[in-house]
Each structure stands twice: as C-alpha cells, then as structure tokens.
Design a protein around this ligand. Sequence first.
Ligand SMILES: Cc1cc2nc3c(=O)[nH]c(=O)nc-3n(C[C@H](O)[C@H](O)[C@H](O)COP(=O)(O)OP(=O)(O)OC[C@H]3O[C@@H](n4cnc5c(N)ncnc54)[C@H](O)[C@@H]3O)c2cc1C
Length: 398
Amino acid sequence: MATAESVLKPDHQAKRKHFIFTDEHEQLRESIRAFVTKELAPHAEEWEETTFPDSVFHRMGELDLLGLDKPEEYGGQGGDYFTSLVLGEEMTGANSGGLAMGVAVHTDMAMPPILAFGTEEQKERYLTPGLRGELIAALAITEPDAGSDVASLRTRAREVDGGWLVNGSKTYITGGVRADVLVCAVATKPESGHQGISFLLIDRGEGVHSSALRKLGWHASDTAEIGLHDVFVPEENLLGALHGGFYLIMANFQWERLAMALGAVGAMQIAWERTAQFARDRQAFGRPLSGHQAIRHKLADMATSVHTCRCVTHDALRRFVAGEDPLREVTMAKLLTQRASFELMDQCLQIHGGAGYMRGDGGPSAWVERAARDARLGPIGGGSDEIMREILGRVLDL
Ligand SMILES: Cc1cc2nc3c(=O)[nH]c(=O)nc-3n(C[C@H](O)[C@H](O)[C@H](O)COP(=O)(O)OP(=O)(O)OC[C@H]3O[C@@H](n4cnc5c(N)ncnc54)[C@H](O)[C@@H]3O)c2cc1C
C-alpha cells in the first residue's frame, strides 16, 4: 500500500512501490518512460496544433508497445493486464491527454473486441497489423442522436446479397479521421433496441466520409464526424453475433473504464508533483508559495485526492484481474477519478496563477492549461458521471 510519505514524494516514483506491479513491470515501466520522455513529450505542444502523426503508432508497434497484453500468436507480447496499465500510466508522462487517449482508443477500446469476438480471419486482417501499428482502428458507437442511450442508434445496416449496406452517421469518434477501420455499432434490427445492435468492421473506402471536429481539449487527437453512405460491408466483416452488439459494448466497458481511471491517476500524480515543485520554487510575499498555509493545505488535499483515487482504482483493478465482476468498484473508480482529476487540474492551474493560463510558451508551465482542458472530458466520455450514478443506483438497489 502506498504510504502518505510515498504519495508526497516529490519525484513521481510513488507508484513504483505499489504492490500490484512486479520487478518485470517496473523494468517495462523504465523502458516506456524513456521512450515517452525522449520521443513523445518533446512534441506535446507541436501536436496540440497538428494532432499527433500516424508515425506514433508505427513507432510504438516497432517497440512492441501496442499489444503488451495481447497473445503472442497475433503479434502481441503475451503479458498480463498490468503491462497495459503500466503503458497507460506512463503515457500520461507526455502531458497530452489527446495523445494518451488517441493511442488508448486503438489499443484498449478498438482492438479488444476484435480479439475477444473476431474470427481467426478477422484477427489476421485487423488485429495483427493493428498491434504492429500498421493499421489504425477506431471505435464508432456514438451518433448525433444517440450517446448515452445506445439503444437508440440509427445507423442502419440493411442485409443485402453477401453482406450489409450501411447508412447513417457517427460523431465524436476518436481517431475517426485517420482510422483505417471502424469497429462500428449499427442497427441490424432497429425495432429491437438493445437486442438489435450488431458490430461491423468497416474499412475506409467508398461511402465513408470523415471530417475533423474542433474541441475544448485533447487537441492532439483527431475527433471525427463520420458519414456512412451506402457502404457495402461483406458478411465476413460481422464482428461477434448478429444482433449481439450490446453484449460486446458491455464486455468492453469495464476494461475501458478501468483504463480511464488508471490514466487519470497517473496524470494526477504527475500534475501534483509538478505543482508542488512550482509552489516550492515560486516566491510571493517573501516566501515560497508552499510557505503560505492556504496553498500548503490545498496541496495536502490534492495529495489526499490522488491517494484516494489510486486506492479505489487499484482495488477495482485487483478484483477485475481476480476474475470477479466488479461492476460496482469499476463504476465508482470511473466516477471518482474523472471528476477528481478535473478538479485537481483546476487547482494546479490556480496555483500556477497567470502562468497556468498561458498557452504554448514552451516553458515549464505549458502543460497546465492543456491538462486542465484535457481533463474536462473524463466526466463525459466512456459513460458520463450521470450514467455512472445510474449504474450505481441499480447495483446498490436504489
Ligand atoms: C472528445 C471526445 C471523444 C469521444 N470519443 C468517442 C469514441 O471514440 N467513440 C465513441 O463511440 N464515442 C466517443 N465519444 C462520445 C462519448 O462517449 C459521448 O459523448 C458520451 O457517451 C455522452 O453522450 P452524448 O454526448 O450524446 O450525451 P447525451 O447522452 O446526450 O447526454 C447529455 C447529458 O445528459 C446526461 N444524461 C444522459 N442520460 C441521462 C440520464 N438517464 N439521467 C441523467 N442524465 C443523463 C449525460 O450524462 C450528459 O451530461 C467521445 C466524446 C468526446 C467529447
């Protein structure tokens, strides 16, 4: 268990001491950290303007980082869940929510359903090149009129000779501008709500049109509006059971939400450390900021929040890995961490004063305004705060 002392240690090492990670995980952490520090972090600001290039996927594939927990027979590394979590934590070191999530959507949201539900032929065509970074996948569920309420999806897949003809639109799709394939939810039996959703693997091609959306944060990632006009999808591209798509969505959610919670904890830890250091260095009224009780207390509360979020998330993770069905704990971890991360980033910005409000000056505080904007998505994406509370309401029998 991390102690109060380790949480407060000013050098971003506390998580190393946590009981869930072995020496092998820590070695992996070292190598990922070196890669992130050398090859990703220096570009964080530039990619905020341009979105990160596809070469990040190629490079991560080359370094065997895209399939850490995927089976070796498909080109993965055959590691356990924690290897992928180490990656998630360390990616936060690049200080770019858009980059971290842009990669995580491919590795943790689009690839897992192909592994879990795909045929051998689909795994060969999509999973193996995806783990090599030669193919980029996006998960396309949300539509202009169906977000939280997945049962009202309107993108229609009509059965035709040899496959389906798809018409409709998707929105807010991360990686949707660059993706080679969409892991796409469609209505195959619209009158049946949840029971009428299926997943199709839709290759970029005729009838698929993407355009980039502008947004508050996550500027390094592309987020797309996608139009699907008479797109023919061959029958071999049905992913999982016909009309069984809702099950696929649910199967993936626990892992997605855990990954989001872990990502938030990693980002909070780094933000706290940097802000604490800033408060030690910055002078006001003849002493460091941290010499003022109001700031010191604020930092103490923030450290408590990081620690609480880590404990709750790691508890959910342990249960998940042990094979329990920790719906309650994962939901609580997602709800707690995303809101806490947003609040902590806001406090970091406040402690940085004017420097925290400045953009792209390349200085040591340039990460703050980006982190504050990026963290706003957490309570919305991957199931909003309200939906988490609805789930808890059911689980808690309210
Ligand atoms: C940057 C970004 C990236 C995204 N990436 C992807 C992606 O890669 N793939 C993808 O499929 N989707 C993606 N999304 C979509 C995201 O999952 C949805 O925005 C989210 O599920 C909420 O849906 P919505 O925006 O339609 O809001 P709505 O469902 O319309 O909800 C609007 C508000 O009402 C609340 N609300 C809804 N229902 C209830 C209820 N029953 N009780 C109380 N309150 C309720 C919501 O919590 C929310 O606050 C992304 C979104 C963003 C902003």
